[in-house]
Design a protein. Sequence first.
Length: 543
Amino acid sequence: MFCYQCEQTAKNEACVKLGVCGKQPDVAALQDLLTHALKGLSQVAVEGRKVGVSDREVNVFTCEALFTTLTNVNFDPEDIARFIQKTVEMREKLKARVKAAGGFVDFAQGPATLQPATSVAEMVRQGEAVGFDKDPEPNQDIRSLKHTAIFGLRGVAAYADHAQILGQEDEAVYAGLQEILADTVRLDLALNDWVGRVLRVGEINIRAMELLDAANTGTYGHPVPTKVPLGHRKGKAILVSGHDLKDLEELLKQTQGKGITVYTHGEMLPCHGYPGLKKYEHFYGHYGTAWQNQAKEFAAFPGAILMTTNCLQKPQESYKDNIFTSGVVGWPGVCHVDRWDFSPVIQRALELPGFSEDTNGAHVMVGFARNTVLGVADKVIEAVKGGAIRHFFLVAGCDGAKPGRNYYTRFVELVPQDCVVLTLACGKFRFFDKDLGTIGGLPRLMDVGQCNDAYSAVQIALALSKAFNVGVNELPLSLVLSWYEQKAVAILLSLLYLGIKNIRLGPSLPAFISPNVLQVLVQNFDIKPISTPEEDLKAILGS
Ligand code: FSO
Ligand code: SF4
């Protein structure tokens, strides 16, 4: 196997024997074959658009299938094999439509002609021949950019899929995604063509995130500041992890009046801020921290657990019967529930003991997404102009198991009293329960939401730049980001597309970025690897 798509990749080079995430070589090969097959489907989709054919089912499926290849989503070879078969079936049907409309479909070779083997074992062998390490592209830097584009597109696909589930779609997102995926088959594009395409992934991602923002706020309202207990209530319990709001809503509806309390885990924490979700009385608190601590936290949870999207880790025997997957998530032998029938999850929660007593403990605040923050824009502007707020830091991104991630905790601890910290995504669990106090009535620590809400943070930055009449790079705002998986890659590309400079990125730089590509990023965008919190703060604030 050869997989280097995430931050925890072995030796910061590639996982070649077994994924650090627990991915087995067969699944890695099948995901490579699925990506290859999706390139072929995309080639046909691109030809189709030239003659006015676009198939919604194909478009939706492309995103769903790519979503399965993200880190920590699907570890089940049978699932991935089914996706490969379906990709090819859809491709052949689409070919017939495109041909009937007078389009080109006579591909002589390559992914658009792939015939998957009938057995999973044979498919694994086919996948081994088309992995990222077998890319026929001879130029190392072009290869690096191509792979960056593919990983970014995996992130775009995840956002587009989330948005689609709540009824928000845009043909332009599907078209852009398929065009670039199809282009990765070409060997005639130059380095600059690929720089352009990588930034285009960032552009497409902004639209995908905008759709998701519209989907979430349109369905559940704008998040409002909300106090979330970190303790629990006596009684039966279900824990929801992942990122999917619709799954949570359906589960809340189906558990109403059943004496079950529903808790969030990981990236579901910001869900407590949505009026359309917080209205459920049995939707109570937050349990646990970020994804990488799940083995310990899930083992101690006395109820059923639902994993709606990434980030799933190998379920331990002690809770294997209590955990359920939905949507594109899968683990061999773990019960997968069909959307949206959560009766197996509810039944298991009723069988399990639940919490034996109430706890009264700490709480955290959520709900500082764009509507809340921009609702107090006057206050913010006044505080900056009057000198009460010196600087904003967006300390955001993923969490992970590496010790280097302590940087982010320390950084937030060291941020001076006259500065505000905005945060989003699961990296916040390094400091989310710290009481940083207030400035001029505003909390010094504001949780904008999930990684899926990065659009909200971008909107806050753009609105502030408008209010101060300066470019985003001139604002008293610094981005200190942590990355882990491919949604973070997509977000990073969006920030670059917007021309945002001076991003500090850690805990390590992506293994798929070649030295020359890194040089381009440093030269054009002043991207900096994180150093120490002390040094970085000094460099940013000048004191
Ligand atoms: Fe974290 Fe995982 Fe949300 Fe990522 S939960 S690491 S960017 O997948 O998705 O923030
Ligand atoms: Fe390794 Fe990350 Fe790939 Fe898993 S997703 S196999 S940890 S590079």
